[in-house]
Design a binder for this molecule. Structure first.
Ligand SMILES: Nc1ncnc2c1ncn2[C@@H]1O[C@H](COP(=O)(O)OP(=O)(O)OP(=O)(O)O)[C@@H](O)[C@H]1O
Ligand SMILES: [Mg+2]
Length: 240
């Protein structure tokens, strides 16, 4: 569904990604783990067109999307729940969700039933339901994180990119977010998940990639990465 070959990208003259190749098949949950500064967020930014790749090829559902502007990539069904949330602070929760479906409302993507899907988001994220009229800027950090995820889902995406959906959440909410991710997986939403909680991400994922200094080192079925001694030592800590 999402296929990346030899992706090179960075910021100005600073190269961050030195040739990344990865695959996310339809209905699969793939996780990308790695240390701080490894280039995980940069990878997602390059995929969704927030930064322009310098080399490589990205295809979505067979179509080449390399170098397209982000609004066109979004129209083709790639949704990005970004690091640091970036919700529309001066709009209520309900309107933030509608904006997630903007390309459906303008007819650039199949419309479906936008209001029904918003109800579904309220069911998935009961905290957002309670706060539907509240300005997004006044939500707690964790609630904003959930809103960013729900807003991305409102695209009815072909592929959903999730950048640290558990960031800043209290342990109980982290569990809740992982159970939502597991549920989306059961519903066959195709996802690429970047997570700081590597063990939890590998528990829920089908396949995983480990990123080190802008390159992918180890990859494999999530269950086997979890038992890989090098991965355990570097990313899973002694407790896991
Ligand atoms: N806007 C930017 N301009 C210049 N350099 C940047 C920019 N954003 C990130 N970088 C650099 O790119 C490298 C990779 O950063 P990136 O945010 O992709 O890491 P990450 O794997 O997501 O890390 P984390 O786990 O801390 O979120 C880092 O060295 C970072 O300093
Ligand atoms: Mg990051």
């Amino acid at each position: 569904m999402l296929s990346v070959q030899g992706l090179v990208a960075g910021y100005g003259r600073v190269k961050v990604l030195h040739g990344i190749s990865l695959e996310v098949s339809e209905g699969q949950l793939v996780t990308l783990i790695g240390s701080n500064g490894a280039g995980k967020t940069t990878t997602l930014r390059a995929l969704s067109g927030m930064i322009r790749p310098e080399a490589g090829r990205i295809t979505l559902a067979g179509a080449d999307i390399t170098g397209l502007p982000s609004f066109q990539i979004c129209r083709r069904g790639l949704a990005h729940s970004p690091e640091g949330r970036r919700v529309f602070a001066n709009l209520p929760v309900a309107d933030n969700l509608l904006l997630g479906a903007f390309t459906r409302l303008t007819g650039a993507r199949p419309k479906g039933d936008v209001l029904r899907d918003r109800e579904r988001m309220y069911e998935l994220f009961p905290r957002l339901a309670e706060r539907r009229a509240q300005y997004a800027g006044t939500l707690s950090g964790g609630e904003q994180q959930m809103l960013a995820m729900a807003r991305a889902l409102m695209l009815n995406p072909q592929v959903l990119l999730l950048d640290e959906p558990s960031m800043g959440l209290a342990p109980k909410l982290v569990e809740e977010v992982f159970s939502i991710i597991a549920r989306l997986k059961r519903e066959k939403v195709t996802m690429l998940l970047v997570e700081q909680f590597a063990a939890a991400a590998l528990d829920v994922a089908d396949f995983g990639y480990v990123m080190e200094n802008g390159r992918l080192s180890v990859s494999g079925p999530a269950a086997s990465l979890k038992t890989d001694p090098a991965v355990r030592a570097a990313y899973l800590g002694a407790a896991h």
